[in-house]
Design a protein around this ligand. Structure first.
Ligand SMILES: Cc1cc2nc3c(=O)[nH]c(=O)nc-3n(C[C@H](O)[C@H](O)[C@H](O)COP(=O)(O)OP(=O)(O)OC[C@H]3O[C@@H](n4cnc5c(N)ncnc54)[C@H](O)[C@@H]3O)c2cc1C
Length: 401
């Protein structure tokens, strides 16, 4: 039987990249993932391996030392990696978003300065919109940048930075009223700053503190942090794209490709849950036969596999649309929404198939059960996706009466 989640029409190069990544996942990630996750340990050896494979530069243009691959190739790699361990896909995701924002919106000098080192994984990216009092409502950001000569002085507190400790470049979104008269719409008075810093915790640059890791229920191994700016001075040439007031749009563009990426993660985690469920169901016997022979369990497997296929198809469609240069917010929103919901359901079914053993830390499904909920929240909750989808539908189906 053909494996689930196959993708038609891939080039030889794409197939080769994917088979290399899949091999790496099977040999280097799956065997150690659960143990590292239980210890909340950063997977340094895995990250070094990904660097060697060139994954940190997968979508960075060749002229800057990357592989210049498409969003589709990237998303399919993420799907494979998340199948092994979702946290590892989180390590490359924020890096990928920042590199994408630089490629799309950076000045020539910013591209030349950052992208070649990002392609090598020497500079590692994180992005920071959320604050303690807001996540969905980005327009409510209160962190502020004030111009002072050739510099900006940044103050405020940020929350939930994936890779906040391990990164060396953070794209930080703040309010910046300079040049924008009072009453300007909030999304037109925001700016993205490219903030370089040392990796680690504590004061990582004068005026910039990363307090420590947030203790999470899942998505362990990858560090998630706060970020505190206390008169942090950033040179004016580190405003993304060179001019203020464009930060909101730049970040939303980054988050849009991030959504395809989160959808891909949902597909990968769901695939793994299916694999674990279908394997366990053939080994566990009740009432004289493998539980896979009970129709109730077969129906579960059928539903799980159908969801894996559907989510994969929508994710691939959203990535291809973006690669074709078309607007893809509708497709990305739908793919992210569906893949994360299905992922949670498939993981739960695989958990149920495991009976009591699913509750034991010895079984991989226990880890997946704690990881899947993060996908319901990150890169915009289900409610936010539905708002985006709903708005776009009303644009497309405008009543003409
Ligand atoms: C592990 C992890 C990693 C993260 N990494 C990053 C990162 O790297 N960078 C970053 O900037 N952020 C990051 N985030 C933050 C994440 O983007 C936010 O948590 C998310 O956007 C939701 O925001 P919130 O938590 O403030 O929830 P809220 O915005 O407070 O929402 C609470 C609830 O209300 C609902 N809701 C909100 N508004 C509406 C509405 N208008 N209509 C209907 N329902 C609504 C939401 O759907 C949700 O159910 C991360 C979060 C987590 C948990």
């Amino acid at each position: 039987m053909a494996r689930l989640a196959q993708t038609a029409g891939l080039t030889d190069v794409q197939q080769e990249i994917l088979s290399t990544v899949r091999d790496f996942v099977d040999k280097e990630i799956i065997p150690v993932a659960t143990e590292l996750e239980h210890r909340d340990e950063y997977p340094q050896e895995i990250v070094d391996g990904l660097k060697e494979l060139g994954l940190f530069g997968l979508m960075i243009p060749e002229e800057y030392g990357g592989l210049g691959e498409s969003l589709l190739t990237y998303a399919l790699c993420v799907e494979e990696i998340a199948r092994g361990w979702m946290s590892v896909s989180g390590i490359i995701n924020t890096h990928f978003i920042v590199a994408y924002m630089l490629k799309q919106h950076g000045t020539q000098e910013q591209k030349e300065y950052f992208l070649p080192r990002m392609a090598l994984g020497e500079v590692r990216g994180a992005f920071s919109m959320s604050e303690p009092a807001l996540g969905s409502d980005v327009s409510a950001i209160t962190s502020k940048a004030v111009k002072d000569g050739d510099e900006y002085v940044l103050n405020g507190q940020k929350m939930w930075l994936t890779n906040g400790g391990t990164s060396t470049l953070v794209a930080v979104l703040t309010r910046s009223d300079e040049g924008h008269p009072e009453g300007t719409a909030p999304h037109k008075s925001m700016t993205t700053f490219l903030v370089e810093k040392e990796p680690g915790f504590g004061e990582v640059r004068p005026g910039l503190t990363i307090p420590g890791k947030i203790d999470k229920m899942g998505y362990k191994g990858v560090d998630t942090t706060e970020l505190i700016m206390d008169n942090l001075r950033i040179p004016a040439n580190r405003v993304l794209g060179g001019s203020t007031g464009r930060g909101f749009y730049q970040m939303m563009d980054g988050v849009e490709v991030g959504r395809v990426n989160v959808a891909a993660r949902g597909c990968g985690v769901a695939q793994r849950a299916f694999e674990l469920g279908v394997s366990y169901a053939q080994q566990r016997h009740t009432f004289g036969k493998p539980i896979a022979q009970h129709q109730a369990i077969q129906f579960k497997l059928a539903e799980m596999a159908t969801k894996v296929e559907a989510a994969h198809a929508m994710m691939v469609n959203a990535a291809r649309k973006k690669d074709s240069g078309e607007r893809n917010d509708l497709e990305a929103g739908m793919a992210k929404y569906l893949a994360s919901e299905y992922c949670k359901e498939v993981v739960e079914d695989a958990f149920r198939i495991h009976g009591g053993y699913g509750f034991s830390k010895e079984y991989e499904i226990e880890r997946l059960y704690r990881e899947a909920p993060m996908l319901l929240i990150g890169e915009g909750t289900a409610e936010i996706q539905k708002m985006i989808i709903g708005r776009r539908l009303l644009e497309e189906y405008r009543f003409q009466g």
